[in-house]
Write a new protein. Structure first.
Length: 273
């Protein structure tokens, strides 16, 4: 039986990786999907981001489940643009029940401690983007009047600072992902009266294009200490996107109906070290 039949889910960063995995799995459980992605590179981020073709593939995979999908090329850093896209999705699919604020970037290997642009782009995507997503979607959830679930993608770096190298890139990532936790806790209090649950998930390294790309391969090869800083307690170098998706689907469902304000590691023991 579909756990999410009749629901509408907003997923950011949906073109590939974890976002695509979440969108498809939520659709398999019965949800219609509003899929958002920048579908373009960011100059300061040293690896290719998702493309319009990637987003089109996510659309195809969701449609293959039999569910409806409305997809938009949109940068979560820009509130007005995100609002326009989401409102278009709501007009097509109906009011929102589930939010997965997944869009995020990292810049491992950028070592300049004074790189203001990389710090700004990371924080604006990971933290401002999550806030923009929440404030854009919540009025729709409240209007629908059936409660909802908001899931914010943080990171193990949102719980620990291990691996910091003094660079603007490392500081930007850790501070933004810690900030997502504060945002989640504040939102959990703010929206509880509307039966809206808000939680964070904290993956370790995930085998997606954010990590498995030519740039990261060079960083690991040139800096043998970097992989050691990302060592998991369980004997796996990376987890799979589906491992995070399993938790996201659970948090979106009534099986987690009284879980709110929680930080859920999906980290093969990374934060236990």
């Amino acid at each position: 039986m579909e756990q999410l039949a009749g629901k509408v889910a907003l997923v950011t960063g949906a073109a590939r990786g974890q976002g695509r995995s979440h969108a498809v799995a939520l659709a398999e459980e019965g949800a219609d999907i509003i899929a958002v992605d920048i579908a373009a590179d960011v100059d300061s981020i040293p690896y290719p981001l998702g493309t319009k073709e990637d987003l089109d593939e996510t659309v195809r995979l969701v449609q293959d489940t039999g569910r409806r999908v409305a997809a938009y090329v949109c940068d979560v850093r820009h509130l007005a643009d995100l609002q326009d896209s989401v409102q278009s999705g709501i007009a097509e699919l109906g009011d929102i029940d589930i939010v997965v604020a997944n869009a995020g970037v990292v810049a491992t290997g950028r070592t300049d401690p004074l790189d203001e642009q990389v710090y700004r782009d990371i924080v604006e995507t990971n933290l401002f983007g999550a806030w923009n997503t929440i404030v854009t979607a919540v009025p729709s959830i409240i209007r629908k009047g059936q409660g909802g679930s908001i899931i914010l993608t943080s990171s193990t770096q949102g719980l620990v600072g291990r691996g910091g190298d003094g660079s603007a890139a490392a500081f930007g990532y850790a501070s933004s992902k810690h900030g997502v936790v504060g945002l989640m806790r504040s939102a959990a209090h703010a929206y509880a009266e509307h039966n809206i649950r808000v939680n964070t998930v904290h993956p370790t390294g995930v085998a997606t294009p954010m990590v498995l790309n030519e740039h990261m391969g060079r960083v690991f090869q040139e800096n043998p200490s970097v992989p050691k800083l990302a060592t998991n307690l369980l004997p796996v170098p990376f987890i799979e996107a589906q491992d995070v998706t399993n938790v996201v689907v659970w948090l979106a469902s009534d099986k987690a109906r009284y879980i709110t304000g929680a930080t859920l590691p999906v980290d093969a023991g990374f934060t236990a070290l």
